[in-house]
Design a protein around this ligand. Structure first.
Ligand SMILES: [Zn+2]
Length: 346
């Protein structure tokens, strides 16, 4: 009986404490149970000076019956209380398990979003502008990883440029000997040395120029029919590419000279005994956009200074159509800007 009472008191104390009631409240709750003990008859003789409460003594049989009844009631109360506590425990454990499961599911969902699709690496040297060997798969070749994971890639959509007083690009081009090659990706014109641009105290030599259809770069979302990329290199090997956008219009002399000397076969080169002046393709107004980007073909190396002339030049529909017969589409899609600064001439 004593043990049961003590257990009941304890469970009540725990229950009331867990209900965040003040400590004195649980103490008084325990005190409220004290009279249960005083139910037992006092065997002390009543002192005449104090008037004790009148307690009628019970017969031993009646007392035993009463004790048994109280014990049964208390046992029932304790059983109810324990059942409630156990149910509470089970519910809490289930809630914790659910939370753990939800956390695992969340982790899996995040991993599924973050993990790149499982694609086997590609070790070939062939690449193209569509399908299995197209731009979306260039990064599968470990040597061309930058194409897939680089954050300074080209081309980009040139928008929200910072309009500033940009230093003028100094062009020092002159009639030069050249050869024309069809490298399987574009028509490329390789130049003999002696053609330079200079800016920011650096001098870059024009190595080659080539064409893309449509233009790879966009200006405020607008694409152009073609673009010519003039690739320059400084003495440390740093690259600067001048992009000349081409729109439909009158025939362009320099382009005609190149077309006149197209090789008959891919990976073949024609080296005519004439000269070509790259200055002919430059617009009169040389305002430009500039940003740091990459090669737009594998291996997509970064650290390339891009200089995109704002004013487009023209080529005739027949000149455009001729290139389209060889390369109807040889433009890499627009790449993420990733917070890069774009400056443009004021
Ligand atoms: Zn290019």
């Amino acid at each position: 009986m004593r043990h049961l009472i003590a257990l009941f008191v304890c469970s009540l104390v725990i229950a009331t404490a867990s209900a965040n009631e003040p400590a004195h409240a649980s103490a008084s709750a325990a005190a409220a149970l004290e009279p249960a003990k005083t139910v037992a008859p006092s065997i002390k003789p009543a002192l005449p000076s104090i008037k004790p409460p009148i307690v009628l003594p019970l017969s031993p049989a009646a007392q035993a019956a009463k004790d048994a009844e109280a014990e049964a009631q208390l046992s029932a109360k304790i059983a109810t209380r324990l059942a409630a506590m156990r149910a509470n425990q089970i519910a809490r454990a289930a809630a914790a398990a659910n939370a753990r499961k939800a956390a695992v599911r969340h982790k899996e969902a995040v991993a599924a979003v973050a993990a790149p699709p499982v694609v086997p690496p590609y070790h070939g040297n062939h690449w193209s502008y569509e399908g299995e060997t197209g731009p979306a798969n260039w990064g599968r070749n470990p040597d061309w990883a930058q194409c897939g994971i680089g954050t300074r890639q080209s081309p980009i959509d040139l928008r929200d440029g910072m309009k500033v007083d940009l230093e003028q690009i100094m062009f020092d081009y002159k009639p030069s000997s050249f050869n024309v090659t069809d490298n399987g990706h574009t028509i490329q014109v390789n130049l003999s040395g002696g053609n330079y641009i200079s800016l920011q105290g650096r001098s870059y030599e024009l190595i080659q120029f080539h064409f893309h259809r449509p233009s790879e770069e966009r200006i405020n979302g607008k694409g152009f029919e073609m673009v010519m990329h003039m690739v320059h290199k400084d003495s440390e090997g740093k690259l600067a590419v001048v992009a000349v956008l081409l729109e439909r219009g009158k025939a362009q002399n320099l382009i005609q000279t190149v077309w006149n000397n197209l090789p008959l076969e891919k990976n073949d080169t024609v080296a005519p005994s004439i000269v070509l002046d790259p200055a002919e393709i430059l617009p009169a107004k040389r305002d430009y956009f500039t940003y740091m980007g990459s090669l737009t073909t594998p291996p997509c190396s970064e650290g390339v200074l891009w200089l995109v002339l704002k004013e487009p030049m023209q080529a005739s529909p027949a000149q455009m159509a001729l290139f389209a017969r060889l390369y109807p589409l040889n433009a890499r899609p627009i790449q993420a800007n990733s917070g890069r600064v774009i400056k443009e001439s004021n």
